[in-house]
Every structure is written in structure tokens, then in C-alpha cells.
Design a protein. Structure first.
Ligand SMILES: *Cc1c(COP(=O)(O)O)cnc(C)c1O
Length: 222
């Protein structure tokens, strides 16, 4: 029997503790797939491209909470600032400054996560611990009044070595606990995707970003 999007969602929810927020990663997928998940009560969706995020936001129900999970260029912040629920991918200070500027312009608080580089690969974005501390210090000094730093995000190395994945998630969890002791308003640790979300939850994740395990494999050739 063919597994539907709703079956997949229910299965993941059943295996996931209540406190873990499930973001359905709908990148490259049609609106009809998103509406199948929506009909199954899913309201949090993640995209990694600004253009696709903006288009889907315009076309789909307004109570969807849109998460920007992909690398974000400074000159594109303005397009998502009016509506985005949470930006997971803040990986440098200049980007945060631009988010502050756009938040002020649109007269809304913008919620962000700071993306930490935990993978061994060069291809994964993210800041190091030193930059994290610089940003938290400036934030606490009041430099970003229209931004809310809600937590940390990370992507583990794309490998079958579960011990390596676990150690990367454990490192990020320690960093989250340390950061949260300084910044009480932190509430999200965003880590875990289709192939590693169970390991991530074991290591303290409370926000998982799951795409292919819900919507099926992506086809980038179309
Ligand atoms: C695509 C993507 C995901 C989801 O990946 P799946 O393997 O399909 O679950 C999660 N996080 C980010 C940042 C992504 O770009």
C-alpha cells in the first residue's frame, strides 16, 4: 500500500516526543503536497530558497508558519521579512545586522536561530563558537532591538557514521545549554533531518526539519 504524506507525518509524530516541533521541509515540492500535509494539521513548513518561500507564502493559507532554513543572502532578507516565522540560518554578523534593519523597517520582531558549523564538510554553512559569543554579547548590549535570538541550528555531516553524527549533535547541544544559560529566551535547538532526526532528538533537539521522510525523495532535475 502506498504511504501517503499524512501517514508519514503521523508516523514521525508518533515516534517523536511532544516537546519536539516538526518542521515539514517542502522545498521543490508542489503546493498540492503542502496542502496534503496542511489537511493533516501540519502548520510549520520549511524552505531553503527565498523565491520559492515567497511564492508559496503568497499562494497558500495564511496561518502557515514559514521557516527559512537555507543559506540566506543579505540582499534577499527584505523579501521574507514581512512574514517569515523563524530564520534558522543566521551564520554571520552582517546578515544579522541586515535582519535587524529589515525588522525595524517592517515594524515587527524577527525571530532567528544562529547556525553553528558542526559538520566536517566545507560545504555546510555556519559560524564558529567565537562568533556566537560575539553576537550574544552584542545582542545583550542591546544592538539588535528588533531581533529575537530564539536558539541554535546545526547540520551534521552527511555520513552513515552514526557515532560521528551523534558527537556533532552532542557538541551543539552542549553549546546550546551554555548559550541558553546566558540568554534565557532561547527555546529552540534545531537539529535533525530525515536520516538523523532520531539521533538528534536523543541529543537534545527540540526542532527537527524533515523533508524526504514526509514528502518522498526530491527530484532536482525538473
Ligand atoms: C533539505 C533540508 C532539510 C531536510 O532534508 P531531508 O533529508 O529531506 O529531511 C533539513 N534542513 C535543511 C537546512 C535542508 O536544507
Amino acid at each position: 500500500m502506498k504511504q501517503t504524506i499524512c501517514d508519514n507525518l503521523k508516523k514521525i509524530k508518533n515516534e517523536t516526543p511532544e516537546n519536539v516541533l516538526l518542521v515539514a521541509v517542502s522545498k521543490t515540492k508542489p503546493n498540492s503536497d503542502i496542502m496534503s500535509a496542511y489537511a493533516c494539521d501540519q502548520r510549520d513548513f520549511g524552505e531553503n530558497k527565498v523565491q520559492e518561500l515567497v511564492a508559496k507564502h503568497e499562494q497558500l493559507p495564511q496561518d502557515i508558519r514559514w521557516h527559512m532554513i537555507g543559506h540566506l543572502q543579505r540582499n534577499k532578507v527584505k523579501y521574507i521579512a514581512p512574514f517569515v516565522f523563524l530564520i534558522h540560518s543566521v551564520d554571520n554578523l552582517k546578515l544579522l545586522k541586515e535582519i535587524e534593519k529589515q525588522a525595524a523597517k517592517h515594524q515587527r520582531q524577527l525571530q532567528v536561530l544562529l547556525q553553528i558549523k558542526i559538520a566536517k564538510e566545507d560545504t555546510k554553512f555556519g559560524m564558529d563558537e567565537e562568533t556566537l559569543h560575539t553576537i550574544i554579547t552584542q545582542y545583550q548590549a542591546g544592538e539588535f532591538p528588533n531581533v529575537r535570538i530564539k536558539g541554535l541550528m546545526g547540520m551534521a555531516t552527511n555520513t552513515d557514521d552514526t557515532i560521528q553524527i551523534a558527537s556533532e549533535f552532542a557538541y551543539l547541544h552542549r553549546l546550546y545549554i551554555k548559550s541558553k544559560s546566558q540568554l534565557k529566551e532561547m527555546e529552540y535547538l534545531s537539529m535533525g533531518m530525515s536520516h538523523d532526526y532520531k539521533i538528534a532528538i536523543t541529543h537534545g533537539s527540540n526542532l527537527i526539519r524533515v523533508g524526504s521522510a514526509i514528502f518522498g525523495a526530491r527530484n532536482y532535475s525538473i
